[in-house]
Design a protein around this ligand. Structure first.
Ligand code: MUC
Ligand code: MG
Length: 389
């Protein structure tokens, strides 16, 4: 069946035609973080992004961002591959297309490249931003409308140094920024992780929520051996303890422990979510644009996850204010968002890439106001952090 442009069937007015895509530009940005951030399989002191700018025929510019963690390690995409796929395949596929044909454009992107989800999500975010700005509507209004303007916000403790982490958490609580924490583990042996968690839990007290993210580092046997100790520490959620492919094993673990299990790297597509649901592999899902490949698909993923009985957690990949705003545009429209979000990325950067964007106060992240994604970029900072060549 042929694709139909809305400008051909809905409106022949100049203003509607002005929403055609004139051009895309992409650049790589290396932004320093306030401290090292450790995961089971990588460690960063700079966060790498691909910034996408779309220009429409009406002269309106929209912004999107693809985030990675320490190269092609958390997932297969790197900033170098993302930029190359955007420049060579995705941007040409949308040349001259109507920016508000969101579903048709998603089909075009999936025909131009399989997977490459972070790259596609950055393009789609830029389109939502540009269309929203052109119509004077916030991006959530193009996604069904917001049902909330803020979400409870989690912070990740990930230096691996318990003393530093306790001090960091106490400051966050004192400043009323965060009182829920996710501790990254799996880069040390489980016994050392338990000792670190015990120190953190003892210092912060029983009322502070502690989640752990193992980032696939354990085997089923290790999880069976050590999860009871995590239970004793009152951990509220355990994220992706086993390798992504081990769905049945994860199901067995989830059936044995009283701590809810969250699936992250195991679920990219809606089919993955259904398989995880059928295997009972998790009762919570971490939603991320880099996995879903776009705002529309992220919203669909949330629907599928809810339908298989999973609760929703707003994940992140340490996005700047640009990517955080794109996630919030979707999260704000979901009927339920039981676990809030960890979109703390802008605060882990020495300097965010936006002058105006999401804000943090009273233990919540607040949606930006204004049309599109509601962003004002810090162009001087971006210029300074843009990778040469
Ligand atoms: C992940 O696996 O959740 C998100 C926060 C963080 O500290 O790491 C990332 C990726
Ligand atoms: Mg995770």
């Amino acid at each position: 069946m042929a694709l139909v442009e809305p400008m051909a069937v809905l409106d022949e007015s100049a203003s509607w035609r002005d929403l055609a895509v004139r051009s895309f530009a992409s650049s790589i940005i290396d932004a320093p973080t306030v401290r090292r951030h450790k995961l089971s399989n990588t460690e960063i002191s700079h966060q790498n992004y691909v910034l996408v700018r779309v220009m429409l025929e009406n002269g309106v510019e929209g912004y999107g961002e693809a985030s990675t963690l320490g190269g092609p390690r958390w997932a297969e995409e790197s900033v170098e591959s993302i930029k190359s796929v955007i420049d060579s395949y995705l941007a040409p596929a949308l040349a001259g297309c109507h920016a508000a044909s969101f579903e048709q454009n998603a089909i075009r992107l999936s025909k131009a490249a399989s997977r490459n989800n972070a790259a596609k999500a950055a393009i789609e975010a830029a389109l939502f931003d540009a269309v929203g700005k052109s119509l004077g509507l916030p991006a959530p209004a193009l996604l069904g409308g917001a049902v909330r303007s803020s979400l409870s916000i989690i912070w990740a403790l990930a230096s691996g140094d318990a003393g530093q982490e306790i001090e960091e958490a106490k400051k966050k609580i004192e400043k009323r920024e965060h009182r829920r924490f996710k501790v990254k583990i799996g880069f040390a042996d489980p016994k050392t992780d338990i000792q670190r968690l015990t120190r953190i839990r003892t210092a912060l007290g029983p009322d502070v929520e502690v989640i752990v993210d193992v980032n696939q580092a354990w085997s089923e046997a290790t999880a069976m051996r050590w999860l009871p100790a995590f239970d004793e520490l009152g951990i509220s959620l355990i994220e992706q303890p086993l390798p992504a492919a081990q769905i049945e094993q994860l199901g067995r673990i989830a059936a044995r422990t009283s701590i809810p299990v969250m699936v992250d790297e195991a679920v990219f597509t809606s089919a993955d979510i259904i398989r995880a649901g059928q295997a009972g592999a998790g009762s919570v899902i971490s939603l991320k644009l880099v996995k879903s490949g776009g705002l529309l698909e992220l919203k669909r993923a949330a629907g599928v996850a809810s339908a298989v009985g999973m609760e929703l957690y707003g994940g992140c990949l340490l996005e700047s204010g640009i990517g955080a705003a794109a996630h919030l545009a979707v999260f704000s429209t979901l009927p339920k968002m039981e676990w809030g979000t960890e979109q703390f990325g802008p605060k882990i950067l020495v300097n965010d890439l936006v002058l105006e964007g999401p804000t943090y106060r009273d233990f919540e992240i607040h949606l930006p106001e204004g049309p599109g994604l509601g962003l004002v970029l810090d162009e001087d900072r971006i210029k300074h952090l843009t990778r040469a060549g």
